[in-house]
Write a protein that binds this ligand. Structure first.
Ligand code: F3S
Length: 390
């Protein structure tokens, strides 16, 4: 891969170890995928924040980068952590885990990363269409490429952090126009009725397509939140980082598959592993938009959350601040609006949760393995019905 003279000097260690190791990560990746150069990026979004998901080994790496003086060169945001410091009584996190999480946060702070702790950074600031990014968090990558028209590969935490320090990313994958074309036509039969079905479509397609780029035909009247669920599901069960849903495509010659209402029903059934009533209703995977919080508040208005069931609505601090009125209604009904975390990247089994109900196919997909908790996938209206006192 071609490096400019300055990049060569970084690679050789002239700018210090943090930049040298970052440059080495990027060149190794570029060489592996056939990139010929590095290109400037607008922003990075970094995953690998929750102590629950990254463990001790990654702390040493982050510590080394921060101690070597590594600082980000472009606006950089962070994925959720394992705690909401305003709701510690709602969570059961041992003191030493809490201290480790705070240490991780402090390391990112020293690198001058914006402590956003959200998987929907696009609600804070939308990337420009056509702008190159280096984002980790697969659901945000799918949304940025497919709904917002930005250009980002699906980065891992080390490569997103390396790109943050260098301000560039290797030019391969969906950074190149020829790699952004749809490669398969997915005919969706039957109207999808809610966000849970959009997420289930994503899980279904992800399993079938792996890394092929789909053009979904037959999606009508979908909201941006439906598309967020579709992308999150697609990226959970497959490797796609981009999908199309409305652009007229030259369909001739494209491999074609069909997904029918029955396939979506089967996916919902297979993701619904719980046989008992839920102890936790979790809304906000990926983190809620203002509209989604408004919908929860409208459904909950005048009702009360059952005493034997928890209601967690997860979002960013940015959105929560804008949703004050709705947050008041949700909290008045007995629910919690949590920030900086989610039910998947924190410990919930330790809270006595055995069964979770959620409107997110992604959360239902991961809960049994990452949290050892059974799931039920259902739309928001059903989730709220279930959590309210009868
Ligand atoms: Fe976000 Fe947690 Fe889901 S990080 S995408 S809410 S698993």
């Amino acid at each position: 891969m071609y490096l400019t003279p300055k990049e060569e000097r970084m690679h050789d260690g002239e700018y210090g170890w943090a930049y040298q190791v970052s440059m080495r990560i990027l060149t190794r990746l570029g060489d592996l995928f056939g990139a010929t150069k590095l290109i400037p990026i607008q922003s990075t979004h970094i995953s690998g924040v929750s102590y629950k998901t990254i463990g001790d080994a990654s702390i040493d790496f982050l510590d080394a980068i921060a101690s070597a003086g590594g600082k980000v060169k472009v606006p950089s945001t962070l994925n959720p952590s394992c705690l909401d410091q305003d709701h510690l009584s709602q969570m059961k996190i041992p003191q030493d885990y809490r201290e480790k999480q705070l240490h991780i946060i402090d390391l990112y702070r020293r690198m001058r990363i914006n402590l956003t702790f959200t998987c929907t950074p696009y609600y804070l600031r939308e990337p420009r269409p056509g702008g190159h990014l280096a984002w980790a968090e697969s659901s945000a990558v799918a949304y940025a490429n497919s709904v917002l028209g930005a250009w980002t590969n699906r980065e891992g935490s080390p490569s997103a952090l390396a790109s943050a320090l260098i301000g560039k990313t290797p030019n391969y994958g969906v950074h190149q126009v020829e790699n952004r074309e749809a490669s398969i036509l997915v005919k969706v039969w039957g109207n999808l009725r809610n966000e849970a079905e959009f997420g289930a479509l994503g899980i279904c397609a992800g399993k079938l397509l792996k890394d092929k780029i789909p053009f979904f035909e037959g999606l009508s009247n979908c909201t941006s939140e439906d598309l967020k669920q579709l992308g999150a599901g697609l990226a959970s069960s497959g490797m796609a980082s981009i999908f199309y849903y409305h652009k007229p495509y030259e369909k001739r010659g494209l491999e074609t598959i069909s997904i029918e209402a029955k396939d979506i029903e089967n996916i919902i059934e297979s993701l619904s592993t719980a046989s008992e009533a839920p102890d936790l209703i979790f809304i906000g995977c990926p983190h809620c938009s203002l509209n989604e919080i408004k919908s929860v508040a409208q459904y909950l208005d005048g009702k009360k959350v059952r005493e034997d069931t928890k209601l967690w609505i997860c979002t960013s601090r940015h959105v929560k601040k804008k949703a004050k009125k709705y947050v008041g209604i949700i909290e008045g009904a007995g629910g919690y609006v949590l920030c900086d975390t989610c039910a998947i990247v924190t410990w919930i089994k330790e809270l006595g949760i055995g069964n979770m109900m959620t409107n997110s196919a992604k959360a239902a997909y991961y809960a049994p393995t990452l949290n050892q908790v059974n799931a039920t996938l259902a739309p928001l209206s059903k989730c709220v019905d279930m959590v309210c006192r009868r």
